[in-house]
Ligand binder design. Sequence first.
Ligand SMILES: [Zn+2]
Length: 184
Amino acid sequence: MHNELKESYQKIITAVGEDANREGLLDTPKRAAKAMEYLTQGYRQTLDEITNKAVFTSDADDMVLVQDIELYSMCEHHLLPFIGRCHIAYIPNGKVLGLSKFARIVDMFSRRFQIQEQLTHQIAKAVEEVTGAKGVGVIVEAKHMCMMMRGVEKQNSSMRTSVMLGNFRSDPKTRNEFLQLIKG
Ligand SMILES: [Zn+2]
């Protein structure tokens, strides 16, 4: 993959009218390929591998909230970044997941080409699958470079998506508790 990416970046540099052989750009295809490999490593990861048995038995049944997880992804329409924050809440059903694993789940799905709606859904389904939770709520707030740097050039707009599963969907009280907690 690395060489293919490298050659592709070389072509992009030439296609925009640059001299791919000038000093400042000489190693750019190599560096860009490496960066792109990193930013898409989610394609080569699985949920099993990243959560790596960090699921613990617990009789806790109160809402667990992990707030303000940084999120960096790329939109599948323009391959430009969208960046923001993710809030995840769930109600345990006998099992809890190690704290750092939520960030890993967010990273795994973010490091694929995405639309935000789909990303939010994938994170929620993954948390549900790994924990067997009674309910999961996920909110993503992000700014999209394809809106800010090109097109309509709206620098201050952000997009908010949410997915509610299980009792977050069926019980307004649970959902409201989540929404109140992330405000507070
Ligand atoms: Zn886009």
